[in-house]
Design a protein around this ligand. Sequence first.
Ligand code: FES
Ligand code: FES
Length: 175
Amino acid sequence: MNRTCKIALTVNEVAREAEVEPRLLLVHFLREKLNLTGTHIGCDTSQCGACTVMVNGRAVKSCTMLAVQADGAEVLTVEGLGNMERLHPIQQGFWEKHGLQCGFCTPGVMMAMAGLLQENASPTEAEVRESLEGVICRCTGYQFIVDAVMHAASEMAKSAESAEAAQSVSVGEGE
Ligand code: FES
Ligand code: FES
């Protein structure tokens, strides 16, 4: 008889509970139990990064973690990154700068780069390239991915500036 464990976690802001085998990897839990197949599996050596998701705000290769280790965590997959009405700046950047070809690596690359921008809002090109070390793209040659991330960073900076300007106007109005 296989032993199972009960886990409770939040995935893309939805509370989930499940009985899982202790050996089940997080990537398999997301794909097979929750049907969130945007998280891809590109290797069996933890090298490709196609399975990258955010766990408690940090980019993690979901094939390197057991589902039971995500008990109590907040998980964000590519399905929760943005939506058709409002793309995440990273998704918009990939759209604007043609950051993909076959698209197989793209969900993982976008999650890894969203994680980078969370930690470093204005990375240099060299820093973007360095953070791409853990994610493999077999098609693009990476230049368009770097362009997409730089575009996203600059759009995020512009939004932050206009939000700040709007806030100082409303504070001024209140005086
Ligand atoms: S499937 Fe996780 S690193 Fe390749
Ligand atoms: S776009 Fe094909 S592997 Fe990256």
